[in-house]
Design a protein around this ligand. Structure first.
Ligand code: ADP
Ligand code: NI
Length: 204
């Protein structure tokens, strides 16, 4: 199969698996990660085809989203085989998929893996990252914010993870984008506290 045909089939596969996900891991998350992975790969002179494919597929089998991770991987391998993706490429993709999640704390071995991790981390910060955080927090029954700060809230997640991500980018292109998104999150938090505290300032 031609590369374009493989990508087209993979897009449909991902759409079927993720189109109704309400936790921030929806089809459009995969689309943005695939897009950024390809852009960064072109900038890094890495393999844009592998980066884009792995971007589309990077959340397949994630334990947060799948009851049976091994079954999801087996199904993916069968699907890639049906698209005539060769064995070495299938292994490469699976290795990237298994290693990119920042919650798993691994550093991907290949440049394409590092690129997909950067693209995934970019989508966790900035305006879209903020939206995904509150969506995820709602799904987990977390509060938006708690002044007592003794429970895990979505605002707390900014400090636990989101504000640390821009320090961990591997690639130049992702670093430039991350700096801008990081600054936006800092502005967002300032505005958030200003609005949150307005009742207090009014003495209510
Ligand atoms: P991955 O992108 O590898 O799936 P995560 O599941 O940790 O990594 O993150 C997915 C999205 O959910 C991100 O936008 C992240 O900020 C958000 N998220 C993860 N944990 C929390 C949490 N405790 N509260 C709010 N948002 C969270
Ligand atoms: Ni992801």
């Amino acid at each position: 199969m031609e590369k374009e045909d493989v990508l087209c089939s993979v897009r449909k596969y991902v759409y079927e698996q993720f189109s109704s996900d309400p936790t921030g891991h929806d089809y459009y998350h995969m689309k943005r990660v695939a897009h950024w992975a390809k852009e960064i790969a072109l900038d890094e002179e890495a393999d844009p085809y592998t980066a884009e494919l792995a971007g589309w597929l990077h959340d397949v089998g994630d334990t947060k989203l799948y009851d049976d991770t091994e079954a999801a991987y087996r199904e993916l391998i069968d699907f890639l085989t049906s698209l005539e993706v060769e064995a070495q490429k299938r292994r490469e993709l699976l290795t990237i998929i298994k290693s990119i999640s920042f919650s798993k704390g691994q550093i991907p071995a290949t440049i394409e893996g590092k690129i997909v991790q950067d693209a995934d981390r970019l989508d966790a910060i900035g305006a879209v990252g903020i939206a995904r955080t509150f969506a995820f927090g709602g799904m987990r029954n977390q509060l938006i914010y708690d002044e007592a700060a003794d429970s895990l809230t979505s605002i707390q997640h900014f400090y636990d993870k989101l504000l640390k991500l821009s320090d961990g980018m591997y690639t130049r292109r992702a670093q430039i984008e991350a700096n801008q998104r990081h600054a936006f999150m800092e502005n967002y938090l300032n505005q958030f506290y200003s609005e949150w505290n307005s009742a207090e300032r009014a003495g209510e």
